[in-house]
Ligand binder design. Structure first.
Ligand code: C2E
Ligand code: MG
Ligand code: MG
Ligand code: MG
Length: 274
């Protein structure tokens, strides 16, 4: 298995593949062809400034419109794409597509905001990631400050490499968001050393904010932590006005969720700026 990772990798996955089931193998065959068949599409979900409710960013979310399987959710194919390494070419397509779409919106005269792209762990640890991101920005002519890369706490399992890669990404001018914060391998020591621009509170905490006092105190703590480390905080999965009001009372900076907008096809995004 290690061989399949190719040379451009820091060789950190050892205990990953446990054996794929038959349906996984069928999906794997289809997934291999999906890029060539142009079956991937990006949906876009706006993020809003909590104070003004203006769009302050847009997250790109991958969809697989498979001719054989129908619409497959990322939760159902990203783990497989990670295990097989296919996430690397797929993820590169996602970055290029999101950058070129963001440039296109800017050409249409929309107020410029960053587009956020989710990076898988596997992608993050490709040794040519920074070079590829730089090339894509040149190719699409997108100003690097309008690309944000979303990573998760799991990168802290290899903290020295992670800090190195993050610093290189910051040096080319892109933004970094820590996604799903609070659910993973948290180390406050690393969080302090990582150059992070935004902290995203996982939707699991947001969903419990009304009923669950513990979720409320976790949220209040994450927001205070973000502010103490100079990181604006985004809440994801905001579905109700009550959740938004509570988050506002804790000084949450940005909102993302169905209350404001579902993930949408690119052509529906301009209307969100009016
Ligand atoms: P994520 O990055 O944490 O993205 C947020 C997820 O929450 C998205 O699910 C989004 O559609 C969903 N969501 C947004 N607002 C709400 C809400 O108000 N309520 C609820 N219940 N859900 C909401 P989605 O699109 O199914 O993506 C799931 C995960 O798949 C993402 O979680 C991300 O980890 C991964 N993913 C998506 N696109 C990519 C990609 O291009 N590359 C990689 N590596 N991972 C991706
Ligand atoms: Mg995300
Ligand atoms: Mg998230
Ligand atoms: Mg996630």
């Amino acid at each position: 298995y290690a061989k399949r990772q190719g040379r451009n990798n820091y060789q950190m996955y050892n205990a990953q593949i446990e054996g794929l089931s038959k349906t996984d193998l069928h999906m794997e065959t289809l997934l291999h062809k999906a890029l060539d068949k142009q079956e991937f599409v990006l949906y876009y979900q706006p993020q809003y400034d909590a104070a003004t409710l203006e769009v302050s960013g847009i997250e790109a979310l991958l969809r697989w419109n498979s001719k054989d399987l129908g619409m497959v959710s990322p939760a159902d194919f990203i783990p497989l794409a990670e295990e097989t390494g296919m996430i690397v070419p797929i993820g590169e397509w996602v970055i290029r597509e999101a950058c070129s779409q963001n440039k296109e919106w800017q050409r249409q005269g929309l107020p410029p905001v960053p587009v956020s792209v989710n990076l898988s762990l596997r992608q993050f640890y490709q040794t040519d990631l920074v070079e590829k991101v730089g090339l894509i920005l040149k190719e699409t002519k997108l100003d690097p400050k309008y690309l944000e890369l979303e990573i998760t706490e799991t990168i802290a399992m290899q903290p020295d490499i992670a800090i190195h890669v993050l610093n290189e990404l910051k040096a080319i001018g892109v933004l970094i968001a820590m996604d799903d914060f609070g659910t993973g391998y948290s180390s406050l020591n690393y969080l302090r050393r990582f150059p992070i621009d935004h902290l995203k509170i996982d939707k699991a905490f947001v969903q419990g904010i009304q009923q669950d006092e513990e979720d409320r105190s976790i949220i209040a703590t994450i927001i205070a932590l973000g502010h103490n480390l100079n990181m604006p905080v985004i809440a994801e999965g905001v579905e109700t006005e009550e959740q938004a009001n509570l988050l506002k009372s804790y000084k949450c900076d940005m909102f993302q969720g169905y209350l404001y907008s579902r993930p949408l096809p690119a052509e529906m995004i301009p209307a969100k700026f009016k």
